[in-house]
Design a protein around this ligand. Sequence first.
Ligand SMILES: [Zn+2]
Length: 54
Amino acid sequence: MSKGTASMGKKSGKSSHIICRRCGSGTFHKRKKVCSSCGYGKSSKLRTYSWSKK
Ligand SMILES: [Zn+2]
């Protein structure tokens, strides 16, 4: 018998980030209502910087 998977299915640990509706990354903060990846919620525009352009 193995009990290695006994705790599977119930992930513990709080996650304050959910899937962002705009960029699809799990970086949308629930409480802040701001995506740390694309800036969704903070500004209506995508978070872009002139220096980050290729
Ligand atoms: Zn985002």
